[in-house]
Design a protein around this ligand. Structure first.
Ligand SMILES: [Mg+2]
Length: 177
């Protein structure tokens, strides 16, 4: 039960390890990207070259990158402008609200969407509830903002449970796509 909601389709160290060709071949059209601790640390307000290259690479593979973040508009909008992509801020992940809006606005099916993020109880849970392809990435820093600290605390408990039941192990990266 817990595994169904919390186990990602893929578990990777960093977005740079992703095989975008494979995702494209599997029919992914919309690529939902979390920003904080996935592309950049909370402490910076600009995407770096590698983050920008990743967003560009998604486009070059014929997929549409969309930033979905629980953070405020001011921050998210600036990053989206830099990456020249659409964004949904204050998304309240893992709620389905913004995800459903994306399906409507891009006229796509659930199996045409993948989502990458660093948090189990926002990015992975939200994506799994929508039956998207979910990709869990290691957070790029250990620094969380206030809400991140709370979710990280709960997340640790879930990780511990998954480890105890041998469903998941930290740093054991896999690809179940
Ligand atoms: Mg994040």
């Amino acid at each position: 039960m817990i595994a169904k909601y919390f186990l990602p389709t893929m578990y990777i160290k960093n977005y740079q390890d992703l095989d975008l060709d494979k995702l494209k071949k599997r029919g992914v059209r919309i690529f939902i990207v979390d920003v904080d601790n996935t592309l950049i640390s909370h402490e910076v307000s600009q995407l770096d070259d590698s983050g920008l290259a990743f967003m560009e690479n998604i486009k070059n593979h014929g997929m549409i990158p969309v930033i979905v973040s629980n953070n405020v508009k001011q921050r998210v909008e600036q990053l989206a402008r830099q990456a020249d992509c659409a964004y949904y801020s204050f998304a309240l992940k893992p709620l389905k609200l913004k995800y459903k809006r994306i399906l409507r606005e891009y006229k796509c099916n659930q199996d045409e969407v993948c989502v990458i993020g660093d948090q189990l109880i926002t990015d992975v849970l939200g994506g799994n509830r929508m039956k998207f392809i979910t990709i869990l990435q290691e957070p790029i820093t250990n620094i969380d903002n206030t809400s991140g600290k709370v979710t990280r605390f709960i997340e640790t408990k879930i990780f511990n449970y998954l480890e105890k039941t041998n469903k998941w192990r930290k740093h054991n990266y896999y690809d179940n796509l």
